[in-house]
Design a protein around this ligand. Structure first.
Ligand code: HEC
Length: 223
C-alpha cells in the first residue's frame, strides 16, 4: 500500500484522524469526566436568586403568582428551566453566542475569554456556544440591562435599537401587553446568564456609572 502515493496519503489520513480523536475526544473525556456538573438547584443554593426575578414578582404580582406561584427557589428553578427551553426553541443561539473566543481580540469587546468552569452546569446542556454572532454575546448578560429594558426590547427591538435585526417576540406577552409566562421565563434566564461569576466582567465599557471593567489594550506597538 505504501508504494503508491495515494496509499501513503490514505495511511497518513488515518493516522491524523487517530491523533485528532485522541487529543480532542478521548483525552479531554478522561481528564474532565470526574468533575461533577452543578445542577440548577445546587447553583441556586450557592448563588441565590437573581434580584431581577424578585423584581418580576413585585412588579407583576397577580400574573407572577398565576404563572409561577410564590417567589422562591422552586419557582426560580422552574422559570430558569422554562427560559432555557425557550432560548433553545426560539433559536436565539442562531444569532447569539455564549462563548468569548480567544481570537479576534474578542476579550477587548466582551471581557475575559470564556473559561471551562462557566459551562459546568446543567443549563449548559446542550452547549449553547452558538454558531455565529448576529447579535452580541450573551454569556454574561445578567444584570447588564434592566427588566424593563428587556420587556421593551423583546416586544419591539427596533424601538430600543433602531438598527436592530432581532425579531419581535409578541408571543412573550399577554393581550394587555404584560410579559406572560414565557416572557417572564426568558427574562429570568437572560438575567441569570453569568450571574454566578465572582468577578462580573462588564463589556463594551458599560457597567455601573459607565465604568467598564474591560482592560484597555496597549496598541502602541501595533503597526
Ligand atoms: C435574527 C437574529 C436574532 C435572533 C433570532 C435573536 N436576536 Fe437577540 N439580538 C440580535 C441583534 C442584532 C441584537 C443587537 C441589537 C439589539 O439590541 O436589538 C440583539 C440583542 C439582544 C439582546 C440585548 C443584548 C445587550 O445587552 O445589548 C438580548 C438580551 C437578546 N438579543 C436576546 C435574545 C433572545 C433571548 C432571543 C431569542 C428569544 C434572541 N435575542 C433572538 C439578533 C437576534
Amino acid at each position: 500500500m505504501l508504494e503508491s502515493k495515494s496509499g501513503v496519503f490514505f495511511v497518513a489520513g488515518l493516522v491524523f484522524f487517530g491523533i485528532a480523536f485522541i487529543v480532542m475526544g478521548a483525552l479531554p473525556y478522561t481528564i474532565y469526566r470526574g468533575i461533577p456538573e452543578e445542577s440548577v438547584s445546587e447553583m441556586i443554593e450557592e448563588h441565590g436568586i437573581v434580584p431581577e426575578f424578585v423584581e418580576l414578582a413585585e412588579k407583576f404580582p397577580t400574573r407572577f403568582e398565576e404563572y409561577f406561584g410564590t417567589c422562591d427557589s422552586d419557582s426560580y428553578e422552574a422559570a430558569l428551566r422554562r427560559g432555557h427551553r425557550i432560548y433553545i426553541g426560539e433559536a436565539c443561539w442562531h444569532c447569539h453566542s455564549q462563548f468569548i473566543r480567544p481570537v479576534s481580540m474578542e476579550s477587548s469587546r466582551w471581557g475575559p475569554v470564556s473559561h471551562a468552569r462557566e459551562y459546568n452546569n446543567e443549563l449548559q446542556r446542550p452547549v449553547l456556544f452558538g454558531t455565529r454572532r448576529v447579535g452580541p454575546d450573551l454569556s454574561r448578560e445578567a444584570g447588564r440591562r434592566s427588566n424593563d429594558w428587556h420587556i421593551a426590547h423583546f416586544y419591539k427591538p427596533v424601538d430600543i435599537v433602531p438598527s436592530s435585526v432581532m425579531p419581535e417576540y409578541p408571543w412573550f406577552f399577554d393581550e394587555d401587553g404584560y410579559p406572560n409566562r414565557d416572557g417572564m421565563a426568558i427574562i429570568t434566564y437572560v438575567q441569570w446568564l453569568g450571574s454566578w461569576l465572582e468577578e462580573y466582567p462588564y463589556y463594551l465599557g458599560e457597567g455601573p456609572n459607565g465604568a467598564g471593567a474591560v482592560e484597555s489594550i496597549d496598541m502602541s506597538g501595533v503597526k
